[in-house]
Design a binder for this molecule. Sequence first.
Ligand code: 4NP
Length: 168
Amino acid sequence: MAPKFSPEEKQLSVAFVCLGNICRSPMAEAIFKHRVQELGYAPYFKKIDSFGTSGWHIGESPDSRSAKTCKKHGVPVSHHAQQIGSKDFDKFDYVIGMDESNLSDLLYIKPRASKTVVELFGKWRTNMEFDKIVGDPYYGGIDGFEYNFNQISHFTDEFLKQEVGALD
Ligand code: 4NP
């Protein structure tokens, strides 16, 4: 199957969003960037970033458990937490929430005229053994971060296949 579009036609911009922008969404940004590089999808993307719906952790680096889990899997992480606002929607083709609460907050602040796709990351899952929701790992142990990592890796590969198409 050929790619659905060429990088000359368009390049996609994707934002990942959770509550604090220190655990799940910086992990999603890191995994997605890593797989894009590794699988040769880099020319198809303009911007890959992450945000929180809250401003609680603005400026902070990712939670040490999130960074440790990514490093363990050879995925580099580098981010400073930022809060999403209505004006950010015109910069992204996809704004992707981790859980239902992120999704409803995003739909609430999305400008009415915006064509940005706002969805749960789990929308792209094909392996139903993974939960659709990327659950909040903040108050749990390191196991939650490991689960999130595997789940997000699956969603990432499926997003690339379904939205860009297989590369050969
Ligand atoms: P995240 O996790 O939304 O995946 O970044 C959280 C980080 C911080 C808090 C909650 C969830 N908090 O309550 O401060």
